[in-house]
Design a protein around this ligand. Structure first.
Ligand code: ZN
Length: 413
């Protein structure tokens, strides 16, 4: 792998579709089209066939000696004022993987690059559009009437990009013959930076449990109601939130109270109703369940201690999606070989790779994020860390192609 070429491509893309406020490659906009044109210009230098599927995903196929192919890629779309690396790093590292193979003749099995459409969901609020269509988990009726800020419907906007929503799942045909999916991404968080490590293998994407905890007590006069006679939902919520924080530590997962709203919300009243937003994530399904049970118990205890009642309303959940053990092994070796340590971490954020992992063996590699933030123009990664991650990705691609050529990783039907 030639990391210089990847960095050059990324800087050129940032110059074309970025500015003082950051990247602006929002899917289904002219800037996104410009990013895709730049990607096409790079692919035009390679012996590949470029197509766009029924969900708007762009594919570039390079023939190999053996049966089937390995998929490499990520997404070029971004949030409205995003960073230069989120998604783009994975796509242009995948381009470099194709270049490397082309320079050495032809790959042992085929290699197919994908640029997923609308990973971010920045315009309509639905993430992983293209990859979920490809994996068959997208329900057209759930997204058809989503509207952007200007009131435009998703279905109408997609039609302008030649994507017919009811046919989007035909994208799944692209997976026929796929033997593995490999994606590189920035971590978007502080774990690798805090360990001083440039890159790591990703074990899978965390399962998520989202709930709304509704505490009900009694609204009462702030002056007339003695402390011992209150049924204060804000205090019950506070006690529950602090206990939930400990549950996150106890299970080595993450628990977030994203916000709480009290009624009536005036300075002269004990709040009689408080709603608390709760998000919990873990890679281990048993631990995720234990964290949810713990949060439920903590809410009930806190409600009882303050003379209140509580109800947990389910908002959304997704199970943990583990990546493939064999590919995790290849990635760990490749990260070590590229100068990193043998570190493997779960991904808190969801990625297109989670959709692919439902159907075909999948693994991801993270580069560090430093500062450890994303979806902002401050997003960055030290160049030395990017070089390690790019090299590690190349090693993982090579090991996966060799494994497929040796008859492992059977083609997806
Ligand atoms: Zn991303």
């Amino acid at each position: 792998m030639n990391a210089d070429r990847v960095l050059e491509d990324l800087r050129e893309l940032a110059g074309l579709t970025g500015g003082p406020d950051g990247a602006r490659r929002v899917c289904w906009t002219d800037e996104w089209t410009k990013a895709r044109e730049f990607l096409r210009s790079r692919l035009a230098e390679l012996p590949v066939e470029v197509t766009v599927d029924a969900a708007g995903n762009l594919w570039a196929h390079m023939d190999g000696d053996g049966e089937g192919f390995v998929i490499v890629g990520s997404h070029v779309d971004s949030v409205p004022a995003g960073g230069w690396l989120d998604g783009a790093l994975g796509v242009f590292t995948a381009v470099e993987a194709l270049r490397t193979q082309a320079e050495n003749g032809s790959p042992p099995v085929g290699l197919r690059l994908v640029d997923w459409a609308d990973e971010e969901g920045a315009r309509f609020g639905r993430s992983l559009f293209g990859s979920s269509a490809c994996a068959g988990t997208l329900d057209p009726d759930e997204v058809r009437d989503l509207r952007d800020r200007d009131g435009e419907r998703l279905e109408d906007v997609l039609a302008r990009y030649d994507v017919e929503l009811d046919r989007a799942r035909e994208s799944g045909a692209q997976l026929s013959g796929a033997r593995a999916y490999l994606e590189m991404h920035i971590e978007q968080g502080p774990v690798l930076e805090s360990k001083g490590e440039p890159a790591a293998t990703v074990l899978g994407t965390c399962g998520v449990e989202r709930h709304l905890a509704v505490f009900t007590g009694q609204t009462a006069h702030a002056g007339a109601t003695p402390m011992a006679l209150r049924r204060d939902t804000f205090m019950a919520t506070s006690q529950a939130a602090l206990a939930i924080r400990e549950i996150g530590f106890e299970h080595d997962g993450v628990c977030t109270v994203g916000g709480a709203t009290s009624e009536p919300g005036v300075v002269t009243a004990v709040p009689g109703r408080t709603e608390m937003l709760l998000d919990q994530r873990h890679l281990d399904p048993g631990k995720l369940e234990a964290m949810l049970d713990g949060a439920r118990a903590a809410c009930q205890q806190a409600a009882a201690d303050h003379g209140c009642e509580v109800e947990l309303q389910h908002l959304w959940s997704i199970p943990p999606i583990p990546f493939d053990d064999r590919l995790i092994g290849f990635a760990r070796e490749a990260v070590k070989g590229a100068g990193g340590k043998d570190t493997a971490i779960p991904s808190g954020p969801l990625h297109d790779a989670a959709e692919m992992a439902r159907l075909i063996p999948t693994v991801m590699i993270f580069s560090s994020s430093s500062p450890p933030v994303s979806h902002t123009k401050e997003e960055d990664t030290p160049e030395a860390d990017l070089r390690v991650a790019i090299e590690a990705y190349g090693g993982t691609v090579a090991a996966t192609l060799a494994s497929a050529a040796a008859g492992e990783l059977p083609p997806h039907q």
